[in-house]
Design a protein around this ligand. Structure first.
Ligand code: ATP
Ligand code: MG
Length: 471
C-alpha cells in the first residue's frame, strides 16, 4: 500500500529531491510514521534515515530551502538537525549497533535500512516510508508493525531480553508508549522488563524523568504507574510510592491502600487539568502517609502530620531525581502541605473565616488546591461521593464570594508598617508586628473588612489597648 498522504508536508518533496541528487536512498521513520498511521495528528519531529551520510543529506536539504536554515551537526552521533517552519528534521545515516553491558552507548557502524530498523526499540517505531522518487510513499514494515498497531501491541523487533538489556531506557519507553497509546506490552516483553529491571540504574535520572513526565501527561497515567509497579521498576525510581502500597489490619481495623488510592487521584485530576505540576502534586499528595502511619487502640489508624512530612519528602524526591528545585517544586510542596485543608472544610459547614484563611494561605493557588482535593474523593459510597462533591461546590462558591468582598488572594496589609510607626511615633519594634498581625487576624476573622479606613481605626484601637498613644 502506498502512503503518499503521509507526505503532504512539502518538505518531503525537497528531501526526496536532495536524496536523488546525492544518489542515496532515504526514508522517514519512527514516531512520525507511527503517529500518521494512528491518526494522532502530525508529529513535529521528523526522523529521516539515509543509506549513507545523514549529515550530507541534511546539508543538501538546507541548500534547497529558500530560507537556508542552519544545520546543527552532531558529529559524534553522525546526526544533523534543521528546523523548517514548525517541524524539526533529524537526519541520521542508517546504522548497525552493538552494545556493551555497562553502557547504553552502542558501538556504531554504517548499515542498511534493515540494520537500522533492527536497532529500533519497537515494531511500531520501526516503520519507514520511502522518500526516493522511484518508490515514493512505499511502506517498509519488516516486523509487522502495522499489525501491532492494529492490535495495539508494544513488541520489540528483536529478542526482548537483548533489546532491554542493551538500552534499559527502552523499558521506560515501552511503558510510556503503552500509557500514551493505550497499548498492551506483549507478554515476553513484559517478562523481559521484569527480568532487567535493575539495569534501569544505568539510565540517567533526567531521561527517566522525561518518561515519567510523559506518562503523567497521558490521559490515564495510572496505566503507566501500575506497569512500573508490576514490572518492579517503581522501587528503583520512586520507593516512596511503593511504600504506600498495602492494607494493614489490626484488631479488625483497616486503612485504605494509599498506593492504589493515589493512582485513582492522579487519573481523576487528569480529567480536569493538563497542568503537569498539579498532576505531580496528585501523585505525591499522600507520600507522607507511609512514615507517619500509626495504630492507636481507641481511634485506629492515623497519619498525623503526613502533609508536612510529605512536603519535606517532595524536596528530597525532586533532588534525587534531579528535577528542578524551583517554583514548580515549591508549588508541589505547597499543594501537598495544604492537601487536607479543603477536605476539613467540606466535611463540615464552612464558615466564612475558615474560607478566608484558606484563600489567604493558598493565595494564587487556591483553585488548583480545590482541584486536587476534588480529585482526592475516591470513596465508592455514592452517597458520600455526592455529599463531598456538593460541599466542595459550596466551598468554591464561598471562595468567590469572600474574594469579591475582601480580596484576600493577593493580600497586602491595608495599613503599612511605616504608617503604624508614624502614628504611634515608634522606632522599628515588636509592637508594629503585633499590630500588623492583629489587623490581619481581624480581617480573616471577618471583624473588619479588608479596607484602609476600617484597618486604620482598628489600628488606633489596638495600639491604645497595648498602651501606645498616637502622636
Ligand atoms: P515521541 O517523539 O513521541 O517521543 P518517537 O517514537 O518519535 O516518539 P523519539 O524519541 O522521537 O520517539 O525517537 C524517534 C525514533 O527513534 C523512535 O521512533 C525509534 O524508532 C527510535 N528510538 C528512539 N529512542 C530509541 C531507543 N532508546 N532505542 C531504540 N530506538 C529508539
Ligand atoms: Mg519523535
Amino acid at each position: 500500500m502506498n502512503h503518499i498522504q503521509a507526505l503532504s508536508n512539502p518538505i518531503f518533496k525537497i528531501v526526496s529531491q536532495a536524496a536523488d541528487e546525492l544518489g542515496l536512498d532515504c526514508y522517514v521513520i519512527g514516531g512520525f510514521v507511527r503517529d500518521y498511521l494512528l491518526d494522532r495528528g502530525t508529529h513535529k519531529d521528523i526522523d529521516i534515515v539515509a543509506i549513507g551520510s545523514g549529515i550530507e543529506l541534511a546539508r543538501k536539504v538546507a541548500s534547497l530551502l529558500k530560507e537556508q536554515p542552519k544545520v546543527s551537526v552532531f558529529k559524534n552521533f553522525g546526526t544533523a538537525m534543521l528546523r523548517h517552519g514548525d517541524v524539526e528534521l533529524e537526519f541520521v545515516g542508517a546504522r548497525k549497533e552493538s552494545y556493551h553491558r555497562d553502557s547504553r552507548k552502542p558501538v556504531v557502524e554504517d548499515g542498511t535500512l534493515a540494520d537500522d530498523q533492527n536497532r529500533r526499540d519497537f515494531t511500531i517505531n520501526a516503520l519507514a516510508i520511502s522518500l526516493n522518487l522511484n518508490n515514493y510513499g512505499d511502506l517498509l514494515d519488516p516486523f509487522n508493525g502495522i499489525s501491532d498497531l492494529e492490535s495495539k501491541i508494544i513488541r520489540t523487533p528483536l529478542e526482548p531480553g537483548i533489546t532491554y538489556s542493551d538500552d534499559p531506557l527502552r523499558m521506560m519507553r515501552a511503558i510510556r508508549f503503552a500509557t500514551q497509546l493505550d497499548f498492551q506490552i506483549e507478554q515476553n516483553s513484559l517478562q523481559a522488563i521484569t527480568d532487567n529491571k535493575e539495569r534501569i540504574r544505568i539510565i540517567s535520572k533526567e531521561r527517566i524523568v522525561d518518561e515519567l513526565n510523559k506518562i503523567l501527561s497521558s490521559n490515564v497515567p495510572s496505566l503507566g504507574f501500575s506497569l512500573l509497579h508490576k514490572t518492579g521498576l517503581l522501587p528503583f525510581i520512586m520507593p516512596e510510592l511503593v511504600a504506600l502500597q498495602g492494607i494493614e489490619e489490626i484488631e479488625g481495623q483497616r486503612h485504605k491502600d494509599n498506593f492504589w488510592h493515589t493512582l485513582e487521584v492522579v487519573d481523576n485530576i487528569s480529567k480536569t487539568t493538563n497542568n503537569l505540576w498539579l498532576r505531580w502534586a496528585a501523585l505525591l499528595h499522600d507520600i507522607g502517609k507511609a512514615p507517619t502511619k500509626k495504630f492507636h487502640k481507641k481511634i485506629g489508624w492515623t497519619f498525623h502530620g503526613h502533609e508536612f512530612v510529605g512536603s519535606k519528602m517532595v524536596y528530597r524526591l525532586f533532588k534525587r531525581l534531579r528535577m528542578p528545585l524551583n517554583d514548580k517544586m515549591k508549588f508541589v510542596q505547597k499543594m501537598v502541605l495544604m492537601s487536607s485543608r479543603p477536605i476539613v472544610l467540606s466535611e463540615d459547614y464552612a464558615t466564612d473565616s475558615a474560607v478566608r484563611r484558606l484563600v489567604f494561605d493558598a493565595g494564587e493557588n487556591v483553585e488548583d488546591l480545590m482541584t486536587l482535593c476534588e480529585a482526592d474523593i475516591t470513596t465508592k459510597n455514592p452517597k458520600k461521593q455526592r455529599r463531598y462533591k456538593n460541599n466542595f461546590k459550596i466551598v468554591r462558591q464561598k471562595i468567590i464570594e469572600v474574594e469579591e468582598r475582601d480580596s484576600i488572594r493577593k493580600f497586602q496589609p491595608p495599613v503599612s508598617g511605616e504608617e503604624i510607626m508614624e502614628t504611634f511615633n515608634l522606632k522599628p519594634s515588636k509592637e508594629i508586628g503585633i499590630i500588623k498581625e492583629a489587623i490581619k487576624e481581624a480581617i480573616l476573622e471577618g471583624e473588619i473588612p479588608n479596607e484602609y479606613e476600617a484597618a486604620k481605626e482598628f489600628m488606633l484601637a489596638k495600639g491604645k489597648a497595648i498602651g501606645l498613644t498616637p502622636s
